[in-house]
Write a protein that binds this ligand. Structure first.
Ligand code: ADP
Ligand code: MG
Length: 574
């Protein structure tokens, strides 16, 4: 007698439930997906005890007839696909026919449903995967699914459920993620009589974005749209100053399905580039529309991962789109935030300050799109150069500009300037060197010396003429002329570990890191007094930079306080 036996449907469903139904929020996800697929434009959800005791979802979608209701609870029963090839043209959120049987195998379920073609509704009751009854009843068109006592029959799993507050939080998060693109659906979430979420149907996505990001961030989001390589991209991006230590505010949608994806996340972070400090994540929503045949959603039962056929293409298209939008929006100190000014007369002379949102929040109303023409960088001649006020703590430069007070971090600003200049010169192999009258003698450790000997040619390409003098002694004969007043010993001690680590000059990234170290050491330090002439030059050069908003490490270079903000501060304006 063989040892192998076929598992009962109930056990098979419980195994599937392990993957699909991790916690109450997964039940909400699956039920909501079904309501959206059924074409509902109104969904009401009620939960008790974080969904552990009850989750009830009512929709006004297509509903099911009696036969379908009986089948829906069976494994691999779906109305959404028939053949394998259908997997590659999926337009619905569900397709595996697993959710309802999985939920049913680990809880007590009651489904009431009525299609428009029927006058009466039916109610099915099932518990722990066993069908209990089916009765006629009265109900409006649509479907109500009630899920009670999740994991009542698998106590081991029930133990893994977290506190009510945590599970409720997960439900709110899941719900608001899923419904973001479906702005035509009115959604409401109640917890034992208290309304947790009430999202009206509205053309405007701002309402839903506010739920995900909070109002302050939501109103400051900039948006961009582009179609390239057959991919439709729509993205909302927060200013880099709203960066976070976790990537939990990066929302990704492929054909309206909320997914998690490392590649897409990486291309977003790459696009923010030096606008972010190391280890920080931006706040972004990205909607990608791709031909369903070019993306595989059947990767995991929870359907939250995808596989792209041409991932490189997606990566590049997205990264370049976001980067372009960021360049357009967050620019130099003199021109930063010059979007939004309305009317011809003030277009040139009265640009709106950076702190003002690109468009206003009008609740349900239409948002105002920034006046594109006024976003174009104005030539210096028209714009009056900011006036120097002075230096604060020998560290920050203060300027009076047309629209307010401008504060510049002198070190960060100079670092940015040196970085971009060095990089441009390096790329055009034009790093100019300057020879010392008396070479500088450097004493290194044995290990450092060995690294340096090995990389002496590559240092030459960066504009350093170094000579091994014997032992661990080196002579520094010439250096890039742009770098002055550097503590050379300290500089090399920081450069050597980077040299050691990276195959320098091979990748752009490695070269970038070296140039960043050079710029950092070469830049004016905080606490260093500089003349008015130097201040003016610094600002002028900063204006010409590609990325004048952040230093190469991602720290902000300047902040503007608009006259309006200042007025408000002193209660001269409300
Ligand atoms: P899937 O969504 O992958 O098809 P489910 O187990 O979630 O699998 O649902 C099984 C079937 O039950 C669906 O294909 C659909 O036909 C039907 N169904 C489920 N929920 C609803 C609903 N809210 N309204 C109408 N039909 C539904
Ligand atoms: Mg489903």
């Amino acid at each position: 007698m063989g040892k192998i036996k076929i598992l009962s449907a109930q056990v098979a469903n419980q195994i599937a439930a392990g993957e699909v139904i991790e916690r109450p929020a997964s039940v909400v996800r699956e039920l909501l997906d079904n309501s959206i697929d059924a074409g509902a434009d109104r969904v009401d959800i009620k939960i008790e005890e974080g969904g552990k005791r009850l989750i009830r979802l009512r929709d006004n979608g297509a509903g099911m007839d009696k036969d379908d209701m009986l089948l829906a609870l069976k494994r691999h029963a779906t109305s959404k696909i028939t053949t394998v090839s259908d997997l590659f043209s999926i337009k619905t959120l569900g397709f595996r026919g697993e959710a309802l049987p999985s939920i049913c195998s680990v809880s007590r379920v009651e489904i009431t449903s009525r299609p428009a073609s029927q006058l009466i509704a039916y109610r099915v009751k099932a518990s722990g995967g066993e069908m209990e009854s089916i009765d006629e009843t009265g109900a409006p068109v649509g479907t109500t699914v009630e899920v009670r006592d999740i994991y009542f029959n698998t106590p081991a799993r029930r133990k893994f459920l977290r506190a009510e507050r945590t599970e409720t939080g997960q439900i709110i998060d899941t719900l608001s993620r899923i419904v973001l693109p479906f702005t035509h659906i009115k959604v409401r979430l109640d917890d034992a009589g208290k309304t947790l979420l009430n999202l009206p149907a509205s053309e405007n996505e701002l309402n839903r974005l506010s739920v995900l990001f909070g109002r302050d961030v939501a109103v400051s989001l900039i948006d961009t749209r582009r179609e390239t390589e057959g991919i439709k991209i729509r993205a909302y991006m927060a200013s880099p100053e709203f960066s976070r230590t976790r990537g939990d505010r990066i929302y990704i949608y492929i054909n309206n399905r909320n997914i998690r994806d490392k590649l897409v996340t990486r291309s977003i972070i790459e696009a923010y580039g030096q606008r972010l400090m190391k280890g920080r994540y931006p706040q972004v929503v990205v909607f990608l529309e791709i031909d369903p045949s070019l993306v595989d959603v059947n990767v995991h039962p929870a359907k939250q991962e995808v596989r792209f056929h041409q991932s490189r293409l997606v990566y590049q298209a997205l990264s370049s789109t976001i980067e372009r939008a960021l360049i357009d929006q967050f620019r130099s100190p003199s021109y930063a935030g010059c979007q939004g000014s309305k009317g011809i007369e003030n277009r040139y002379f009265n640009q709106v300050q950076i702190a003002e949102p690109a468009w206003e929040y009008h609740g349900e109303g239409k948002r105002e799109v920034a006046d594109k023409e006024s976003e174009i960088k104005q030539p210096l001649l028209i714009k009056e150069a900011p006036q120097i006020i002075g230096q604060l703590k020998d560290t920050y430069l203060l300027f009076q500009s047309e629209d307010g007070l401008l504060l510049v971090d002198q070190h960060a600003a100079h670092e940015r300037i040196l970085y971009e200049k060095l990089k441009k010169n390096y790329l055009s192999s034009k790093i100019e060197s300057q020879t010392f009258l008396i070479p500088i003698r450097l004493e290194l450790s044995l290990k450092e010396g060995r690294v340096l000997i090995e990389k002496i040619d590559q240092m030459a390409a960066l504009g350093f003429d170094l000579e091994h003098f014997g032992g661990n002694t080196f002579l520094l004969r010439s250096v890039p002329s742009i770098l002055v007043n550097i503590e050379w010993q300290a500089f090399l001690l920081e450069l050597i570990p980077v040299l050691e680590e990276e195959e320098i000059l091979v990748t752009e990234k490695a070269m970038d890191r070296l140039i960043t170290v050079m710029a950092c050491h070469g830049a004016i330090k905080a606490g260093h007094k500089i003349s008015h002439k130097e201040m003016a030059m610094l600002l002028e050069q900063l204006d010409e930079m590609d990325l004048p908003t952040n230093c190469p490490h991602g720290r902000p270079i300047f902040r503007k306080f608009s006259y309006y903000e200042i007025k408000k501060m002193f209660k001269r304006a409300v």
